[in-house]
Structure formats: structure tokens, C-alpha cells
Design a protein around this ligand. Structure first.
Ligand code: PFF
Length: 456
């Protein structure tokens, strides 16, 4: 191909399309499945306060940095680093990202499969007349017999692969634009129902009243990991999407809008879930099953619950799908661009690897691999911890240091001001966060987590 102008890179077609795709990546199971159980396990309101601080002071600067790298580098997560800094090994950050994408997709795809089972159960009215206890054991039985979860997981991976094969504009952008707003509306309906249940107040108190005695080093690390996971940061997803953004879109504004949408939806999911958890006497720290047990409880007591439950799980699946699409896109963009194989081949090969690791994850949840542990965690727990709590913040740390000190002021300015056409009065603030606050913040959390530093 030497000497030939490469074909025009694919682009998102509209500003709303960009936000829908990036928010589609950010908003997913992390908001509706993981956020509520992390809050439940880690002391409610105090976790929330930490989380919000991390989104504002670390998440948004990392997101701006990733967008700038992608749009400036005009390549995948690894290639963009190489394009900007060909002589230094910064591309390794992209490699961490691609590795994290495989790991996250493995367990994420498993939960995404659960959403399909719950669509199926909603459709056949499988929750009707069940007590909260029965709904709890229904979930446990389903997860502990791995055949069905594996079947759904496979279907989900195939679905993701088919959208990614269709490409950026006709696949990713087209679907996310319609589905994200509908998801928002359904959560609103749920909130109204949940907060009007008798005893709902205790749930709101749990979510919003901070009890700082619950905070310790591992809770702080989880809050940071959750912020990265939920915003899809630290692993090149936003670099990859940034490379598809048109030159006249405002990167800082995009980052703020996407982060706000993501945070609002996570909190809304919390408001929909916790009042019902307390009203039905479900244990708020019961972990991964929280949403899958709480939501059927709400719906099966509600007029029109059949329709709403069906809609809810369809949308949860869609929210998961727009996120798995972005995970797969990181991998596919890398392999197809760097090794010059077709998008189709890259998609098929990577999906097979994901299915393999994903199967191990699923079998470690109640199946034959349950007792197999790595550093005291089962395969699933290990991959979740290493990716979300270690690799993403580590990737984020490298990303802000790269943009803050190594990418070159001129390039960064060019991206943040769209080559001078945006005034950018807030750029100094953004750069202060990128250069100092975010890296120091992440480093402190790490040092605290490994016990080298004690605070709080
Ligand atoms: N942000 C997604 C969620 O909250 O569900 C999960 C995710 C997607 C993480 C894409 C990382 C990523 F690259």
C-alpha cells in the first residue's frame, strides 16, 4: 500500500451521533447492574460522594485526553500513540487497553447474556406470583447451571459482532441514536414506581446519606475503578471513538456531556433500585444479582408490569450491546488497521477468543470452575478486579501524563480549540486537571490501595 493515499477513515455523521455512540459505550451494565451493587457493598452515600469526585476531577480530564489522542492520531488505540509519538514506547498503553477489552468483554458478555434470559422470562411471564425469595433463587439457579448462561452469552457475542462488522456509521451510530433516549424514559418510569413504594425512604437514605466510617483503601480503589469502568476510560475505547469524530466537534464539551449523561443514568438507576430493595426486604449488598432480583419484584406487583419488565430488560440488553460494541471496536480497529486484515476477519477471530475467555468466566460462577482461584479470586473476580481496578486506572494515569507532558502543547491546543476556532477559555483549567490533579489523584489511590500510604 506504500505511496497510496489510504481510504478516507470512517466518521460519525453528526454531533448527536457522536454523543450517542460515546454515551452508548459509557452507559451500560456498569450503570444499571454494577453501580447499584458497588454502592450497596461499599457503604452507600459515602461511596457516591467519592465516585462523583472521581468523575469530575479524574474522569472528565481522562476523557478529554483520550478524545484528543484519537482525533489527533487518527488511528486505533495503539496506532494513535505510535502516530503521535513514533520514537517512544507509549503504544504500550494501547496494548494494555486492548488486553483490558478482552478481559472486560469476557465477564461483561456473561452478564449481558443474563439480560437475554430475563427478556425471555419476562416474555413468558415467568416472574408472576413469585415472592422476593423465589425471585432470588430463580436468579441463583439460572446462574449456577452454566448451560443456559453460556448459550445466551454466545448469542450476545454474535449480536455484537454483527453490528461491529457493519461498521461505524451504519452500525454503531444508527442504533445508539434511537435506543439511548428510550432507555432514559424507561428508567424514569421505574423511578416513579420505586419511590412511591411503602418504605422507599430508607432506600433513598441508604443511597444519599454518606457514612464516611465505611470508607477504606479498598473502597476508594473500587470507586475509582467504577468511575473508569462506567465512563469506558483508560483502555482506548474513547481514543478509538475519538478517531471517528469530525474535526469541528468540540472535544471538551463532548466529554462533559457524555460524563454527565453517564453519571445521571447511574444515579437514576440507584434511585430506581434502592427504594425497591428496602421496600421488598432484599439485601442491598447481595452483589451481582441485585438488579436481576429487584426489578422483577417491582414489576410483578405493578399494573402493566408485564410490558414494563419486557421493555426494561430489552433496554438493558441494548445498553449492554452499545457497550460491548465499543469494547469489540477497540480490538477490531486495532487488528484490522495494524495487520491489514478485513474488518470481518478481525471481528470473527477476536469474537472467538472472547467467547473462549468468556466461557471460563461463566463456568467460574457456580459452575465447574467455581473453586479454581487466582490470588484468592475466581476467574471472573480476578478478571474484573485486574481490568477495572488496576488496568483502567493505570491506563488512565499514562494517558493524562502523555497528553499533559509528552504529546506536545501545540497538538493538544489544536485538538481542544479545533485549530483555533473555539475560544477555549476553560482550557487552562482542563490542562491543570490533566497535568496535575488527575495523575496525582490516581497515584494516591494506588499507593493507598497497596498500603504504601495511609489516609482516611
Ligand atoms: N462503560 C460500560 C458500562 O458502564 O457498562 C462498560 C465498558 C464499556 C467499559 C467499554 C469499558 C469499555 F471500554
Amino acid at each position: 500500500m506504500a505511496g497510496v493515499t489510504p481510504p478516507q477513515r470512517e466518521r460519525f455523521g453528526s454531533k448527536f451521533g457522536v454523543i450517542a455512540a460515546a454515551a452508548g459505550s459509557a452507559v451500560g451494565l456498569g450503570n444499571i447492574w454494577k453501580f447499584p451493587y458497588e454502592v450497596g457493598n461499599n457503604g452507600g452515600g459515602a461511596f457516591l460522594v467519592l465516585y462523583l469526585g472521581f468523575v469530575l476531577l479524574i474522569g472528565i480530564p481522562v476523557m478529554i485526553s483520550e478524545l484528543a489522542i484519537g482525533r489527533n492520531g487518527q488511528k486505533n488505540a495503539i496506532g494513535s500513540f505510535r502516530a503521535i509519538s513514533p520514537k517512544r514506547p507509549w503504544f504500550l498503553v494501547g496494548i494494555i487497553g486492548v488486553a483490558a477489552a478482552f478481559m472486560i468483554f469476557a465477564f461483561y458478555g456473561s452478564v449481558a447474556g443474563w439480560t437475554l434470559e430475563y427478556i425471555f422470562q419476562s416474555a413468558k411471564n415467568g416472574f408472576e406470583g413469585k415472592t422476593p425469595d423465589q425471585l432470588g433463587s430463580m436468579f441463583d439457579n439460572f446462574v449456577e447451571n452454566p448451560m443456559r448462561p453460556l448459550m445466551w452469552q454466545t448469542i450476545f457475542i454474535v449480536l455484537t459482532a454483527s453490528v461491529v462488522m457493519a461498521g461505524v456509521k451504519k452500525g454503531i451510530e444508527k442504533y445508539t441514536k434511537i435506543l439511548m433516549p428510550v432507555l432514559f424514559l424507561i428508567i424514569l418510569v421505574l423511578i416513579v414506581r420505586s419511590v412511591t413504594l411503602p418504605g422507599a425512604g430508607a432506600g433513598l437514605e441508604f443511597l444519599f446519606k454518606p457514612d464516611f466510617s465505611k470508607i477504606n483503601a479498598s473502597v476508594i480503589l473500587s470507586a475509582l475503578g467504577q468511575a473508569f469502568f462506567s465512563l469506558s476510560l483508560g483502555m482506548g475505547t474513547i481514543i478509538t471513538y475519538g478517531s471517528y469524530i469530525r474535526k469541528n466537534d468540540n472535544l471538551a464539551v463532548t466529554a462533559i456531556q457524555v460524563s454527565t449523561a453517564d453519571t445521571v443514568i447511574a444515579i437514576m438507576a440507584g434511585i430506581a433500585i434502592f427504594p425497591a430493595v428496602f421496600a421488598f426486604g432484599i439485601n442491598p449488598s447481595q452483589g451481582e444479582g441485585l438488579v436481576f432480583v429487584t426489578i422483577p419484584n417491582i414489576f410483578q406487583q405493578m399494573p402493566g408490569g408485564y410490558v414494563f419488565s419486557l421493555l426494561f430488560f430489552i433496554l438493558l440488553a441494548v445498553a449492554a450491546l452499545t457497550s460491548t460494541i465499543s469494547l469489540l471496536e477497540v480490538i477490531v480497529a486495532y487488528f484490522s488497521e495494524e495487520y491489514k486484515i478485513s474488518r470481518k476477519k478481525a471481528t470473527i477471530y477476536s469474537s472467538i477468543v472472547i467467547l473462549f475467555i468468556g466461557t471460563l468466566c461463566t463456568l467460574s460462577k457456580g459452575g465447574p470452575l467455581t473453586d479454581f482461584t487466582i490470588f484468592g479470586k475466581n476467574i471472573w473476580g480476578f478478571l474484573e478486579f485486574v481490568s477495572a481496578d488496576i488496568l483502567l486506572p493505570l491506563g488512565g494515569l499514562c494517558i493524562v501524563i502523555f497528553v499533559g507532558f509528552f504529546m506536545g502543547r501545540k497538538r493538544v491546543r489544536e485538538e481542544l480549540t479545533n485549530a483555533g476556532s473555539i475560544k477555549g477559555r476553560l482550557i487552562p483549567v482542563a490542562m491543570f486537571l490533566v497535568r496535575y490533579i488527575a495523575p496525582i489523584g490516581i497515584a494516591l489511590v494506588f499507593l493507598n490501595a497497596i498500603g504504601l500510604l495511609k489516609f482516611g
